[in-house]
Design a protein around this ligand. Structure first.
Ligand code: IPT
Length: 267
C-alpha cells in the first residue's frame, strides 16, 4: 500500500518535520510514502504531482501546499478518483483537512506581550500568498486593535531565516522604536535574532521576540525562543489516520490547537 505526499519545499523546517512524521505513521499502518515536492504553488504543477502519484497507483494523498479554499476545492473537484487531505488551507474550508487553529496561538502571543507592558509592536509575517501566514497576521492585528493599538510596522518575509534577517535590518533602520516583534515562523525569527545580535540589540532586554511553529531547533536558539507551538507530529498522525480510516469518502476534518510556549526571548 502506498500513500502520497505532495509537499512544499522541504528546505523549510515545518514541512520537513511533517514529511518525517507522515512517513513514520504511514509505516506503522503498513503503508509506504511517495513524496512529490513542489517549489512554487502553481496549480498546474500540483496536478502534475497528483497525476504522477496516481500513475504509481496511489489513491490517497496528503497535500501540504498553502492553498486558497477555491484552489483546494478545484483540486478536489478534478480528482474524484483519489482522496485528498489538505494540511495548509483555511480550516473552515469545505475540503477534507487537518489544520491548526490560526487564531488561538497568535492571540495568546499578543496578549502575553501586552501583559508584559509592550505597546510598540513590529510584525514580520510570512508570505502574502500563504493563507496560514495571512490568518496569523490577521489575528495579531485584530488582537492589537481590540486594545486600541496598531503595529508600528508590518512586513512580509518568505519563511526563510535570510528573509527574517534582512527584514529585521530594515526595521532597525526605518522603525527602530519597537520593543516587541511577532514573527510568522521560527526560521525567520532565527534571522531576526542574528540581525539584532549584530546591532547589539539585547533580546529580551531591549526587544522581545515571539516566533511560530516550535520546530525541534527552536528551544536551542540563543536566547531560547518563545513561540507558538504547532504539534506537527500530531497533525501528521491525525492526517494519516483520518486518510486511511476513511471509507466511501466519509471525511472528517479536524482543527488542532496551537499554544504559546514561553522561553527566554520575551520579557
Ligand atoms: C507552515 C509553517 O508554520 C511555516 O513556518 C512554513 O514552514 C510553512 O508551513 C511552509 O508552507 S506549517 C503549515 C502546516 C501551515
Amino acid at each position: 500500500f502506498t500513500l502520497g505526499l505532495v509537499t512544499t519545499s522541504l528546505a523549510l523546517h515545518a514541512p520537513s518535520q511533517i514529511a518525517a512524521s507522515v512517513k513514520k505513521y504511514a509505516h506503522q499502518a503498513g503503508y509506504q510514502v511517495l513524496i512529490s515536492m513542489i517549489d512554487e504553488d502553481v496549480n498546474q504543477s500540483i496536478q502534475d504531482s497528483i497525476n504522477e502519484l496516481k500513475s504509481q497507483r496511489v489513491d490517497r494523498v496528503i497535500i501540504n501546499i498553502p492553498l486558497e479554499s477555491a484552489e483546494a476545492e478545484q483540486i478536489y473537484e478534478n480528482n474524484h478518483d483519489i482522496l485528498c487531505l489538505f494540511l495548509d488551507v483555511d480550516p473552515t474550508s469545505t475540503v477534507f483537512n487537518v489544520c491548526f487553529n490560526p487564531a488561538d496561538g497568535s492571540r495568546a502571543s499578543v496578549e502575553y506581550l501586552l501583559e508584559l507592558g509592550h505597546r510598540e509592536f513590529a510584525l514580520l509575517a510570512g508570505p502574502e500568498d500563504s493563507v496560514s501566514s495571512r490568518l496569523r497576521l490577521q489575528s495579531w492585528q485584530e488582537t492589537l486593535m481590540e486594545k486600541g493599538l496598531q503595529a508600528i510596522t508590518v512586513v512580509h518575509g518568505d519563511w526563510s531565516a535570510q528573509s527574517g534577517y534582512y527584514n529585521a535590518l530594515q526595521m532597525l533602520r526605518e522603525t527602530p522604536q519597537f520593543t516587541a516583534m511577532l514573527v510568522g515562523n521560527d526560521q525567520m525569527a532565527l534571522g531576526v535574532i542574528s540581525a539584532l545580535h549584530q546591532h547589539n540589540v539585547a533580546i529580551p532586554q531591549q526587544v522581545s521576540i515571539i516566533g511560530y511553529d516550535d520546530t525541534y531547533d527552536s528551544a536551542f536558539f540563543h536566547p531560547a525562543l518563545t513561540t507558538v507551538s504547532l504539534d506537527l507530529d500530531l497533525q501528521s498522525k491525525e492526517a494519516v489516520e483520518r486518510l486511511l480510516a476513511t471509507k466511501n469518502d466519509v471525511t472528517a476534518s479536524k482543527i488542532l490547537p496551537a499554544k504559546l510556549v514561553v522561553r527566554n526571548s520575551t520579557r
